[in-house]
Design a binder for this molecule. Structure first.
Ligand code: SF4
Ligand code: SF4
Length: 146
C-alpha cells in the first residue's frame, strides 16, 4: 500500500474573476498538471464572472499543484462536501455497483438477494454513480451549488 500513489477525487467549487475570461485554466489541470476533471455544473453571470463545480481526480501532489495554480490565477477554490443517496424506487438490484464499491456500502444481502445500501460506511467516492444503469445512485452536493 505504501508504494501506491494516493489518488484524490475531490469536488470543488470554482469562482473565476472577470479577467480570467477566455483563459483555459481548467483545461490546464489536465494539460499541465496531469489531472482528470469533469464539469458537474457551470454558470457565467452577466458580469462575466464564472462559477463552476468540478470533480478533480488524480495523484495527491498533482492535485495540490493544480489547486495552487488556479489560486495563483485568482480563481477561488472551495471544497464541496458531497454525499451519496439512493433512489430506492429506481434500484433494480442488478448488483453492478457492489463489485466496485470500495467500502462495501453496497452489498448483496444473501437472504433477500437484494442490494442494500449503508450510507454510514459510504465514502462518497462516486464510483457507483458511474455504473448504475438506472441512475439510482445520486451525488448530492451540500453547499447548495448543485
Ligand atoms: S459512493 Fe463509493 S463508497 Fe459510496 S456506495 Fe458508491 S461506490 Fe460505495
Ligand atoms: S447498480 Fe444501480 S440498479 Fe444496480 S444494484 Fe446498484 S444501485 Fe441498484
Amino acid at each position: 500500500m505504501e508504494n501506491q500513489p494516493t489518488t484524490y477525487r475531490k469536488v470543488v467549487y470554482l469562482t473565476f474573476p472577470p479577467e480570467s475570461s477566455g483563459k483555459p485554466l481548467v483545461c490546464d489541470l489536465a494539460r499541465v498538471h496531469g489531472l482528470s476533471f469533469s464539469i458537474l455544473k457551470a454558470q457565467i453571470t452577466p458580469r462575466q464572472e464564472g462559477q463552476m463545480t468540478i470533480e478533480i481526480t488524480g495523484e495527491r501532489e498533482a492535485y495540490k499543484r493544480g489547486v495552487a495554480y488556479l489560486q495563483e490565477q485568482g480563481v477561488g477554490v472551495a471544497p464541496v462536501a458531497q454525499r451519496i443517496s439512493r433512489d430506492e424506487d429506481s434500484c433494480i438490484h442488478c448488483g453492478m455497483c457492489t463489485a466496485l464499491c470500495p467500502t462495501k456500502a453496497l452489498a448483496v444481502n444473501l437472504e433477500s438477494r437484494l442490494v442494500v445500501f449503508d450510507g454510514e460506511v459510504c465514502s462518497a467516492c462516486g464510483m457507483c454513480t458511474k455504473v448504475c444503469p438506472v441512475k439510482a445512485m445520486e451525488i448530492l452536493l451540500e453547499n447548495g451549488v448543485m
